[in-house]
Design a protein. Sequence first.
Lengths: 258, 258
Amino acid sequence: MTSAVHLELSDIRVAVLDPDSPVPLYHQIEEDLRRLIKEGAAPSDSLLPPEIVLSQAYNVGRHTMRMALARLAADGLITRRAGRGTIVKRQPDRTRFLLDRSFTRQMADMGRTARARVLEQRTGTIDENSPDVFAVHLGSPCLVLNRLRFGDDEPVGIQYSTILTEHCPDLEKYDFNQSGLYDVLAREYRLTVKEIQHTITATVADAEQAELLQIAVGDPLVVVRTTTFLDNDQFFEYTTSLYRADKYEYSTRHTYAA
Amino acid sequence: MTSAVHLELSDIRVAVLDPDSPVPLYHQIEEDLRRLIKEGAAPSDSLLPPEIVLSQAYNVGRHTMRMALARLAADGLITRRAGRGTIVKRQPDRTRFLLDRSFTRQMADMGRTARARVLEQRTGTIDENSPDVFAVHLGSPCLVLNRLRFGDDEPVGIQYSTILTEHCPDLEKYDFNQSGLYDVLAREYRLTVKEIQHTITATVADAEQAELLQIAVGDPLVVVRTTTFLDNDQFFEYTTSLYRADKYEYSTRHTYAA
DNA sequence: CCCGCCAAAATGTCCGTACATTTGGACTAT
DNA sequence: ATAGTCCAAATGTACGGACATTTTGGCGGG
């Protein structure tokens, strides 16, 4: 069974490439290919045209084309094999991953009501004490927002958030006791989160955390470190969440990597 | 506060580079730099020599050097900024797990050696004390396999597995101190796991677990409950894993569900 | 003393070339 | 038909150069 080349080169919008843009060419190409895959012009299991042909279609060097393809491969959208070609991978069925959403939405999906009590809310700037993910944003204005989260009036977790406010000035004026963070961002700033990255581990509660969560010191907590990205893969927000292990579990499902 | 260049170029073992090896040069260099970072020759927060200097030290082109550095950056070992230089990141003490692969494969991907010590291995049948997922398999033969897992001879976690043996008779005769479970299934029975479902939460170590994992009672553990399915979505295996929270973290990335 | 400008250093982007390796298919000989 | 050989295609690896952008720090002028 050989895969035919399905992608029509005419679908490639060379016009969108702007050599004078601050966005690198390989990134513009990467985005265009993501669009083609997403919109079905390059369906799953189809073979992409070879590098050299693509590079001519986009009117760039092979090296630039390879950088774009390498990023797509690293992200799992395509598979490349010498001698074979570049194949669009079957996209995982994301609809099963129902927990990849805001706390408010998660609780609503479970038929519970999400609430928040703001523990701290202040503006600041990114400094060298910030987590590593902020390294390239030193000096940028940000909002620090620490909240105790409830599900049906029962304390479930504590969230320590740092949000870059370059794209959402005056974010600090909102009352996050009343509104969810993502709700405000969408309604007031038209900002939509595109991707969420989680890192999960465990810890035990200290005195302060135990007091807030109404559990005992030393009880287990699930640690979820969350990094969110906007449409253009721009880093946006970092949150460390501590959830009561007796009230929280995280579920996901993967295709096995042979 | 400027970081001095700490890495001694004399530490670079150009001798180890073999242009005739099937292993690419950039990969050999990557491994050498990993070693230097791991062994402390390039400590955290130190500045690495510039690309061009490194490429001369290794006697390769700048492009090859950049490929090695790009892989280290993608892996989070170093941070690079134009004008500033290349900085060795503070290394998290945790091992970052992706759950779409076996423990053995995960360790191999990270350049570590997976080992196992079988704690218990016996045949049995599914009874009413089995987890809920086995409800429709009451009376079926199974293998109970409890293992202590090591990465580079360091205890990382405990895995309590129950495997349905309808499709793999005599599975109990293999020595799982020597071979990974999925390796045996693939090699001896041609069985391939297709999908893995995880549920993650946290707990604290009891006396027995602390002893096995060489930690203190009450230290945090990551609980991963795993259900695996074969090609035809047929339920196959259930494992509860307890991982040391100081050695384990789980990472994933999703598209946001608006 | 402070501020702004400028130069040096370092990484980032982009181009070109050459050859190696892998793969799959066509072709040939049996 | 079948097995083995060979070739073309595609990606992988590695070299080179050129210029852009970012950062840091030094140097002067005010």
